[in-house]
Design a protein around this ligand. Sequence first.
Ligand code: IPM
Ligand code: MN
Length: 371
Amino acid sequence: MEKQVHRVAVLPGDGIGPEVMFQALRVLDKVSSLFEINFEFDQQPVGGAAIDELGTPLPEVTLKACEQSDAILFGSVGGPKWENLPPDEQPERGALLPLRKHFGLFANLRPSVCFPSLVHASPVRRDLVEGGFDVLCVRELTGGIYFGAPKEIREEENGKVAIDTMVYHQSEIERIAHVAFNAAMTRGKKLTSIDKANVLRNGILWRETVELVAADYPDVQLDHLYVDNAAMQLIRRPREFDVVLAPNLFGDILSDEMAMIAGSLGMLASSSLGENKGNGLYYGMYEPSGGSAPDIAGEGIANPCAQILSAALMLRYSLGCHQAADSIDNAVRAAIDDGMRTSDIFTEEPNTHKLTTSQMGDSILERMTSS
Ligand code: IPM
Ligand code: MN
């Protein structure tokens, strides 16, 4: 039988994106040889790199490469160089948001995992994170205040007015709630839904709809928190959370908070998924939770783990290569357990080694096995 070829659009983007993407591609090459999986990579510019090269953050060739692929492996976009462009031409608004919308990637899964051996990297008091934790943020990604119309700044008689509109259709809340409940079923069976039902109409509909969907999942223990309270509870008792379900803006904010509590943004992968294609697989975009980190770009010290773990998520959710995904996850964990550290997670301790980006890549490659 001919081997199946998995087509992957590779968009390294800006800042540390290209450096960490290079390591993820090395890991995928190793996957290829260990598991006889064939990839076809179509690498294209996106974000500031695409503005510099082709004059626009999301060029036609890039979009086409994505359309012709099974998944998108994304680095990061943005940086000071492009910050003064008109809003819609900036890397984030001009590339990332349109990609999410174009492919209907409504479900953003952001695992926030604090490895027991990395609790020292968390800024939170040790006794609150001892033993590590594992929280999954399920963020709605194509609706809410990010996309509602009108969205504008206009002149009025007494000065400028800025308007953003928060809109949620019940069907949008339902479908993301199902994703969150399903995820909870495969984990600790606890779901915390986030809203601002004491102020926003959106919050009332959100809570009501999540309650309705809950009827399909009697085994999942559901509770609701207002977003301000959630921000506080997450930092007070991170280990008690399992799955957190949030609308677009609140999920954006809380997932950064959770990432920080976990220690380093450099460790956290994420996936943005569309509808289930029917075979348990999704079209998806996979990217580190952190940004382009322009302050350390080009120095070869960025942590490649988030990008590498994003590739593992891609293997799992879009390509159905679970064994290969396991081998990556295990290798990253083994490297960390063996004291391998990039500078963002390094502290002077016995048996730890401060590594560059490519040395960290090496140490993960060395630990990958086919069983
Ligand atoms: C994220 C980012 C984006 C967002 C920005 C870059 C548009 O912060 O993926 O969390 O707000 O969604
Ligand atoms: Mn964000």
